[in-house]
Structure formats: C-alpha cells, structure tokens
Design a protein around this ligand. Structure first.
Ligand code: WT7
Length: 619
C-alpha cells in the first residue's frame, strides 16, 4: 500500500476567493473549535437560520440512543424552507430550476412558478385522499415533474420513495412490495443517449400481481408514447393538476416524521430502506450549501446526479432550494450528442458550481482536453465530486481543464445514510488531490480497527462516525439494519480509510461486500441471488474488479447446472447472463466477465471465500 506523503502537491486557494468566501480560514478554525467543544450549540445555531413553525424543546434527545432525536418537539416542513418562505422575499422571482432535455429543449421555472406547480400537485394528491405518512413511490426520469412530485409529496406530509429509473421492473417490484406505497408516480418514457426509453410498462409489470395496496399510478407525459392506461388505476399528471388551485397548506411535521425513504444496497441480498426526516436533514443541508458550497445570490448550481439517488435529493433539489439558489437539471447522457455536452451546458447557463462524480470525470477525461476547450467555462468558480474515490489523475484533469487551475475542487465524502456531505475540504482549504480532507465542523469521525480502537496515521481502518449528526437517518425500514450500523458507540460507514501524515483522510473503498459501480452501490449478494435465478446457474459468486472508467465492475464466478455444463459456447451463456442481470436488477449492474468454475471456494463456515476470488479476479 502506498501511504500518501505530506510532500505531495497541494493547491492553495486564490486570495480573491478567500476574501469572498462565506467562511474564511479563521472562521473555519473557530467553527471547528467551537463545534468540538459544544457540538449541540453549533447545530442549534445552524437550525436558527431556518424557519420553524415551532422551535425545539431540546437540540438532541439521546434517551433512545442510538436512535438519537434531533430537535425534539420542533415543528416544520422542509418544503416551507425550500419554497414557501421564499415567496415573500426577493427570491420569489428568481430562477429556481433550469431544466434541459437531452434533445436540447429547455424549461425554466422561477421560485413562484415551482411553488404554484407544487401546490397544484399537492392539492391533486390530497383530492386523491393522500396525506401524512402515506408512502408514494417515484419512478421518474429527470424531468421537472420529478422535482414537483418530491416537493408536493413532502408538502402534504407524505413520504416519497424514489426508485432510480435505471432499475428494472423486477427491482422496482421488490421495492414496492417492501414499501407498500398507496401511489406510484411515473412517466411514459424519457430520452437517454439518443434513444427513447419507455418506463410506464415497467410499472405495469412490477404491479402485475398482489400489489393491491397501490391505489393509483400517475403518469407524466414526457415522451409522447402511446402508453396503455389502466382505467381504474392510472391517472394523467396534467389532467389531475389542471383544475387544482395554486395555493395549498403545508403540513406541519414533527422533527421525527419521515420525509423520504431511499433504498440502498447493504451486505445482504435485500436492499436497505433508509428513512430521513424533515428537521435535522434540512439543517445539515442548509449548512453544507452555505458553508461548503459557499452559495452566493448569483450562483447557478449544477449537481449532475439523478433525483433518484441521495445526491439528487440533497444537492439537486432540497439543498439548492433551501439556499435559494438556481439548480440545473439535465435529463440526458453526459456524452450526448458528443463529449462537450456538459461544457456546453456550463457555458450556456453560466454554471458557477459543478458537482459531479469520478465516473463522469474519468469518462470526460478519456475523450480528451479538446472538449472542455470548446467552451467558455469562465463562470465556474467551484468544482466538486462525490460517490467514489477520485484518483489523483482525474482530480488534476478536472482541476486544470474545467477549473483552469483557479477553481477549488472539493472531493466530498458521504453516503445515503448521512443525508449530506460529511468529510470534505472547504473552498478556502489547501487541497490535496486524493484526499477528502477532514470532517466538516460538528462532525466527528475516526478510523478504527476491528475492536473499535483508533488506528495510527497511515494505517488502513474502518471509517466510523463517532457522534450523532442532525441529518442522520431516523431509522431503517428494517430496524435491525440500523442497529447493525451502530456498533461500539459509533456509526459504521462500511468504508475503509486512512489518515495521512497531515491528518487528511483518504477513502479506500468499501470494507464490506458492497460494489461501487460508477458510484452506484450494489451488494455482491444481490447480484449473486439474481444470477442464481437463471437456469444455467447452479452457484454464483460476485466480486468487484477495478475498472478504468467505472471505478469498479462486477466479475462473476459461476458453477453451471449439469444441463449447461457441457455447452461449448460460453460466450453465449455470458451474453444470456448479462441480459438476465439487466432484467433482474437493471442496467446499473455491469457484469464485466464471467469465469466458469467446477466449485466455489468456501470458508470453514461454508461462506463463499470472496477474498480468495477477489485475488483471482485481479490477476
Ligand atoms: C458510498 C456511499 C452520497 C454520495 C453518493 C453515493 C462511496 C462516497 C466518496 C468519496 C470515495 C466515496 C463510499 C460510501 N463514496 N463519496 N468522495 N470518495 N468514496 O451514495 O450510494 O450511499 O454510497 O460511496 O463507499 O460509503 P451511496
């Protein structure tokens, strides 16, 4: 293992940036010291910057630890802070949302216009009998209505459960069966990579049998597809909002009322549902937007995530709107019609802050320097990345080619469970490529060994969060998953990390059997179970292998059933298995290669010896 040296190159912020920063180095040092000494006072101050219907009785209630309750007794609604309160200020007529379709069609909405759209949909949902606590599954492409749907569901106190549209009908069905929503909101289809992709048919397939708890399906007309509608169940989005009033009351939510559920992969075959609430979540978000992303009134903020992931929830939608900034949503593929699409978007809208992922950066880098050079990128002032380890090469490429060596590039570490960014440099920090820097003020982390003891600098260990934080999950759909994450008095992130000699943190990927394919979490067990449902597969084991662009991809070791074992054409079987995974899990499950073996190596307790297979996989 190469331990990063303190002599490696570092990058200092330009003086002008330090002068203009919302948080300068002195303020940052003071905030770290104050938050260390009294984290609750620090977070209380952060909460004071937002509006509440009723303030908290205490900042933190630890009586039910590790289910810490932040701001108990408080009443609020995140939509009040993201929309309603702006309507009485100068933000009202500012652009909230700039949307661009893959074909180049655009829509722009002011805060007032978003407010009206959301209120109409909120009223329509109430007319359907939905209200506080009801679950609504969103299976939507990146269209403005996806943002309106999230906000409208939250506004009436219901719980949105987004499922990434890159998941298959099967994966959607598993999630719907676990979540038992009363309503599903979807679209007829969307554009991606120059193709029209149908979506509603996947919902029909997912709901085929035994999902009677789903009372309605709302369909957004995006693609003009002739979608069959089920008279007794399906509703047209435009038709139901058309006659609704544009004013709607915002539901009063307690601090531990859920706002959304997102499912993510853990080490088991079944995805984990994570619940986040209205109060602590918005406090964490507001702080990261103003402090970490240094939001100014003139910013145009573009986070390239889909809304279906936590990054989309936090930094495409809620965070930017709470901060009163303008958020950009782009429907399509970053390389369509060619590799300058992202730079074209930055140029045309004057994007000032670009937040993307290492996979996107590596993809752009492979296409070459000429694409960013085609556009005027002088509006950019801040770059950021999240989701996977960002190697030094990709870091330097983006810093130079998009930031022209004058925009800080922030490698931010966090996860679905944490709700918002946790470890990251500030724009005023001295940046060291390859490191995610230090935890933000008010966040305490450690790197520990198996017994929970802190390891020395330079030693790889498990990354844990040692104090509760406001945007922590309220709970998991299966409470035992939550309990499993709190061990030895700390939140176990599942990541391996080390501190270098400057005390800066470097993330080395997952410590558990979770793959990170292009920033998307998939559990090995989930892929193995999916493979095993194919008739050619007797047994399967999946490990991650490094990939130059996607960071990591899956490699499968398969024992064939007798019926298939004698087949010569392994290429054909691999093709079938790839197709099968796509159907079972979705296109996110990228299977690089398949090795056919007589048997799988097992540990003494009969578990698949994944480490041995991984070693084989790297050969
Ligand atoms: C996992 C969380 C919330 C962001 C989107 C992914 C990995 C995240 C970094 C980073 C290295 C990172 C971790 C983490 N990860 N950020 N800056 N450097 N690895 O959310 O699907 O919940 O995945 O992504 O392994 O645990 P997620």
């Amino acid at each position: 293992m190469i331990i990063p040296q303190s002599t490696e190159r570092v990058f200092r912020p330009l003086p002008q940036l330090v002068i203009e920063a919302n948080v300068n180095p002195q303020q940052l040092a003071r905030a770290h010291a104050a938050a260390n000494q009294d984290p609750l006072a620090y977070w209380e101050e952060a909460a004071q910057e937002l509006e509440w219907f009723h303030k908290w009785d205490a900042v933190l209630d630890d009586r039910y630890a590790p289910r810490f309750r932040w701001f108990p007794g408080a009443q609020t609604n995140i939509v009040h802070n993201a929309l309603d309160r702006h309507i009485t200020t100068g933000v009202k007529n500012k652009l909230a949302l700039i949307w661009e379709g893959e074909a180049g069609d655009t829509r722009k909405y002011t805060y007032y216009e978003v407010y009206r759209e959301v209120n109409k949909l909120a009223n329509a949902l109430r007319s359907l009998g939905l209200g506080k606590g009801d679950r609504v599954v969103l299976y939507l492409p990146l269209v403005p209505q996806a943002a309106f749907a999230m906000l409208a569901v939250a506004k009436i106190g219901a719980v949105h459960c987004a499922v990434f549209p890159g998941f298959s009908a099967k994966a959607l069905r598993t999630r719907i069966q676990e979540l038992r929503p009363r309503l599903v909101i979807t679209a007829d289809g969307f554009y991606r990579g120059g193709r029209l992709i149908a979506l509603k048919n996947a919902v029909d397939e997912a709901l085929e049998r035994g999902c009677d708890f789903v009372e309605g399906v709302i369909v957004v007309r995006r693609a003009g597809l002739d979608t069959p509608m089920n008279e007794s169940r399906d509703l047209d989005y435009d038709a139901i909002v058309r006659r609704e009033r544009w004013e709607a009351a915002t539901e009063v939510m307690g601090s531990d009322d859920p706002l959304f559920i997102l499912t993510t992969s853990g080490t088991t075959g079944t995805p984990k549902g994570i619940l986040h609430g209205h109060a602590g979540y918005m406090v964490g978000l507001a702080r990261t937007l103003h402090w970490l992303f240094d939001i100014k009134p003139t910013d145009i903020f573009w986070c390239t995530s889909d809304l279906g992931w936590i990054t989309g929830h936090s930094y495409v939608l809620y965070g930017p709107l709470i901060a009163g900034t303008t958020t950009v949503m782009y429907e399509g593929h970053p390389l369509y019609p060619q590799a300058d699409r992202m730079w074209d978007i930055v140029d045309r809208y004057g994007v000032t802050i670009l937040y993307t992922t290492p996979t996107v950066i590596r993809m752009l880098m492979r296409y070459g320097d000429q694409y960013p050079a085609m556009h005027d990128l002088s509006t950019l002032r801040l770059l950021a990345s999240v989701g996977e380890p960002l190697g030094v090469d990709a870091w330097l490429w983006l810093y130079k080619n998009a930031g022209h060596s004058r925009c800080p590039l922030l490698d931010t570490w966090w996860q679905t469970e944490t709700g918002c960014a946790m470890i990251a440099p500030f724009p005023v920090s001295v940046l060291k490529p390859g490191s995610v820097h230090r935890p933000l003020p008010g966040i305490s982390v450690d790197i520990v060994d198996e017994a929970g003891h802190a390891v020395d600098h330079g030693t790889l260990g498990r990354l844990v969060i040692t104090r509760p934080w406001p945007s922590m999950p309220l709970d998991f759909v299966r409470p035992e998953d939550f309990d499993a994450a709190w061990q030895q008095n700390a939140w176990h992130t599942g990541d391996l990390a080390l501190r270098d000699e400057d005390g800066l943190i470097h993330i080395h990927g997952r410590a558990d059997d979770v793959l990170n394919i292009a920033g998307h979490r998939l559990s090995c067990a989930e892929l193995e179970l999916a493979l095993q449902t194919h008739k050619a597969v007797a047994e399967a084991a999946v490990v991650g292998v490094p990939d130059r662009i996607k960071g990591e991809v899956a490699k499968a070791f398969v024992v064939l059933t007798p019926e298939f074992a004698s087949l010569e054409d392994h290429g054909e079987i691999i093709r079938l298995l790839r197709q099968h995974l796509r159907k079972e899990v979705g296109p996110v499950a990228v299977l690089r290669s398949v090795v056919f073996v007589e048997s799988l190596p097992r540990t003494e307790s009969g578990k698949i010896a994944r480490a041995a297979l991984k070693a084989l996989g790297e050969e």
